[in-house]
Ligand binder design. Structure first.
Ligand code: PLP
Length: 388
């Protein structure tokens, strides 16, 4: 059996995605800035993809800018967002559990003289919203909080933060920007972006291609471009557009929007089935993902006491099952998960943690197979390590 359970790292592109990408690469390969018919055909793909993504995100299409990946969108939002407000203050608020695509640019800003406050989470990666609100001062210029955590699936209180920021700005005449990294939320949870100023998304997490992302920037914000040059993407992101990637992202967005409820249910069914199986078949496990209404249906993080996640991963691979230890979408292979650490797990617990991440392609039968194989692997490991 082949069971792919590493969908938070990346997803398999839909057939429609590869089809449209091939069409762009082989036939509609013009530069969208060219005035001739090949250019116009390419531009059409970009325009239509922007509409598709805007519809999935429920934002106006003219407020979306295609970029090379989720990481670029995060970097652009955090660095350019903070720099655009540097005359107003120097405090940045973020969380201890952001993806490195946010944490690293924030570090750069710190080196440049900004003050940074990191807000913590509880044992299930739920944000300490009270501390976040207390941290906001008139010196604050940027808040960056992810929508869904990539290691646990925990949903962050984005709507609450957005409304709080709006009220604070009104009351104090401030112009704090609120950015959310929505890479793991897109097509998994309904997005609330009404009072959010910037949001990053990525193609390859929703069965689109790798190497394409987008940043939503609310109209009227004076956020300057990150890449300057030929003035593409209405001057917000210069560089000839990755038309095949954009067209593929658009196709994935269409399918995700049209099948949002069905896909969500399929992921949830798979997750529930696996969770029930693991909990009934294996002793001494801890589930790190919070319950269904507090998490995206796509992730299940489990600590198997007395084991090593890395060994389980390779053992499961022999059975055709693909999982992850921490976050495989960063090149940090050392297993030093800053997310699980921030949640209060010991190093031993972190080492014994496996992330299963789902797509709508997963079935309940697959989950029964995975339960059985995990049970065998855990039992083998525990015998060797004379656990209990
Ligand atoms: N943000 C989060 C939460 C992620 O999980 C990822 C995963 O890779 C990224 C950002 C980076 O996206 P990309 O791989 O498109 O650069």
């Amino acid at each position: 059996m082949f069971v792919y359970l590493d969908n938070s790292s990346t997803t398999k592109p839909y057939n429609k995605v590869t089809e449209v990408m091939m069409q762009v690469l082989e036939k509609d390969f013009g530069n969208p800035s060219s005035l001739h018919s090949l250019g116009i055909a390419a531009e059409k793909h970009v325009k239509s993809a922007r509409k598709s993504l805007a519809s999935l995100m429920s934002v106006p299409s003219e407020e979306l800018y295609f970029m090379s990946c989720g990481t670029e969108a995060d970097n652009a939002a955090v660095i350019q967002g903070a720099l655009s407000r540097k005359h107003r203050g120097k405090k940045i608020i973020t969380t201890e559990v952001e993806h490195p695509a946010v944490l690293e640019p924030v570090k750069r800003l710190k080196d440049m003289g900004f003050d940074v406050e990191y807000i913590g989470v509880d044992r299930k990666c739920r944000l300490d919203i009270k501390s976040l609100k207390e941290a906001v001062t008139e010196d604050t210029v940027l808040i960056s909080v992810m929508y869904v955590n990539n290691e646990t699936g925990t949903i962050m209180p984005v709507e609450d933060i957005a409304l709080f920021k709006e009220e604070f700005n009104k009351k104090h005449g401030s112009s704090i920007l609120f950015h959310t990294d929505a890479v793991q939320a897109l097509a998994k949870v309904p997005l609330y972006l009404k009072d959010v100023d910037m949001a990053s998304v990525s193609g390859h997490k929703i069965h689109g291609p790798k190497g394409i992302g987008a940043l939503y920037v609310k109209k009227g914000l004076s956020v300057k471009p990150f890449l300057v040059g030929g003035g593409q993407e209405k001057n917000m992101r210069s560089g000839t557009e990755n038309t095949a990637g954009i067209a593929g992202f658009g196709a994935a967005a269409d399918i995700s929007r049209d099948n949002f409820d069905i896909n969500k249910k399929a992921m949830l069914n798979a997750r529930n089935r696996l969770l029930e199986g693991l909990e009934s078949e294996i002793k001494d496990i801890t589930v790190n993902t919070p319950k269904a209404d507090e998490s995206a249906p796509s992730v299940l993080s489990v600590t198997f006491e007395g084991t090593r996640g890395e060994v389980l991963l390779h053992s499961l691979e022999q059975d055709g099952i693909f999982v992850s230890t921490g976050s495989a979408c960063s090149s940090n292979k050392s297993g030093q998960s800053h997310v699980l650490k921030a949640m209060g797990l010991s190093q031993k617990e972190i080492d014994a943690t496996v992330r299963f991440s789902f797509s709508s392609f997963n079935t309940e039968d697959e989950m029964d197979y995975v339960t059985e194989k995990v049970k065998q692997a855990v039992s083998r490991f525990r015998k060797l390590g004379s656990f209990r």
